[in-house]
Design a binder for this molecule. Structure first.
Ligand code: FDA
Length: 378
């Protein structure tokens, strides 16, 4: 073995694929029973509908290098993501745009009129001087829109009142003064035609790559554990950085989500893939309906059944899947301390969202893995 990769998410598999293509023998271990990390998806057993097991994943990028690279393993559908929001029993388009504003204020404002209205309402607070998230939000888009679509949604995500949350959680709240409600502005967008797992499996499908599942790097009963491998073989580690150092500098905090799945005996539950629920009296943040990600799979799409996930958000304990970095001041200090420790780990390269404690979209994880390969490992 020339390289050990810990974690088979997009970061780990990109490193493994590049190394294998360059003639290196690579072993990839993952503690889960499947490859792919959080992008893993599978067919729901009774309907065949592709379900994203760790939250909905939409691929989008403006990075031409990444786009060229990912197209070696999959084609993409022409899916364009759009999100809607049910507030007080009425459905609005997101991100907040001219359609949202006119529906909300029961008006027919022109772009200039809507812009002037939002500027006037936002005048209540200076976003630069905001003491908390509520003041920042009001200073960016005005109280009515902030309270309807952002305040309680964010409070549910963080299980914390918007007045108690730091202003820094939101740097900007985009408002579009057109009726364009495409969620992403990137040059390329789509879903993998044969699903995420087929894409991920093709990346790992190389005679120089061996994948071992159900192997935890910290389980010393396994041959490929930390003690046995560090200093013996180059390691790319994509698990949590605090876990690697046995939490010596404290635990970095994360948010997690709980997804409650239901298979329903109806053809269509909500008519779209993602519906937000921004009101405080609804306990979940959004509902995903997976068949709407692939309307081109007509047989599956047209059946009289559908699969939905209700998404609930909360702080993660050590036993939970870490999803979104909380990034408190203590977390940032902890991360700096771990980065110092990481410098002393000869031959170990920390990467991916868990190894660097940052939220990375898939194209960012793949892009940073390509950079690590080109700049450090090749
Ligand atoms: P990832 O977490 O995928 O992989 C790490 C792997 O390491 C895991 O398989 C884990 O089991 C393994 N591991 C950890 N510790 C280990 C140990 N001790 N021993 C062995 N293995 C170990 N992005 C996007 O572009 N569009 C989107 O719509 C979304 N949506 C989205 C929703 C939600 C809820 C989340 C949390 C994230 C997204 N993402 C996303 C981001 C996407 O999930 C992310 O870019 C990739 O997961 C990053 O891949 P990594 O390889 O870095 O981590």
């Amino acid at each position: 073995m020339d390289l050990l990769v810990v974690g088979s998410g997009f970061f780990g598999l990109t490193i493994a694929e590049r190394a294998a293509a360059a003639g290196r023998k690579v072993t990839v271990i993952d503690r889960r029973h499947h490859i792919g990390g959080n992008a893993y998806s599978e067919a729901e057993a009774t309907t065949g509908i592709e379900v994203h097991r760790y939250g909905a994943h939409l691929f989008h990028t403006s990075n031409e290098t990444v786009w060229e690279y990912v197209n070696r393993f999959t084609t993409f559908t022409n899916y364009q993501h759009r999100v809607y929001s049910t507030h007080k029993g009425i459905v609005y388009p997101l991100p907040i745009n001219l359609g949202t504003i006119n529906q909300f204020f029961n008006a027919a404002y022109t772009p200039a009129e809507a812009r002037a209205l939002v500027a006037e309402q936002a005048g209540e607070h200076d976003p630069q001087k905001a003491q908390n998230l509520e003041e920042r939000g009001i200073g960016l888009i005005g109280r009515p829109l902030f309270e309807a679509f952002i305040r309680d949604y964010t409070a549910k995500q963080w299980q914390t009142d918007a007045k108690e949350l730091p202003a820094s959680i939101i740097s900007r709240l985009p408002v579009r003064y057109t009726y364009d409600n495409r969620y992403f502005n990137d040059a390329h967008e789509g879903l993998p035609t044969d699903g995420y797992t087929a894409w991920l499996e093709r990346m790992a499908d190389h005679p120089n790559i061996e994948v071992q599942l159900n192997v935890d790097y910290f389980d010393e009963s396994q041959p490929l554990n930390k003690k046995a491998t560090v200093g013996q073989v180059p390691v790319v580690y994509t698990g949590p950085v605090d876990r690697y150092f046995d939490y010596a500098e404290g635990e970095l905090s994360w948010r997690t989500i709980d997804l409650k799945e239901e298979v329903l005996d109806i053809a269509d539950f909500q008519g779209t893939s993602v519906m937000n629920y921004p009101d405080a009296d609804v306990p979940f943040t959004r509902i995903h309906e997976f068949k709407h990600f692939h309307p081109e799979r007509t047989e599956i799409f047209n059946q009289e059944k559908t699969v939905i996930h209700r998404e609930y958000s909360r702080f993660a304990t050590r036993a939970d899947e870490p999803y979104y970095p909380v990034n408190t001041t203590a977390d940032r200090e902890g991360l700096l301390a771990y980065r110092e420790l990481a410098k002393g780990e000869d031959g170990v390269h920390f990467g991916g969202r868990l190894g660097t404690y940052q939220y990375l979209d898939m194209h960012m994880a793949i892009g940073s893995a390509l950079s690590m390969w080109n700049n450090t490992l090749s």
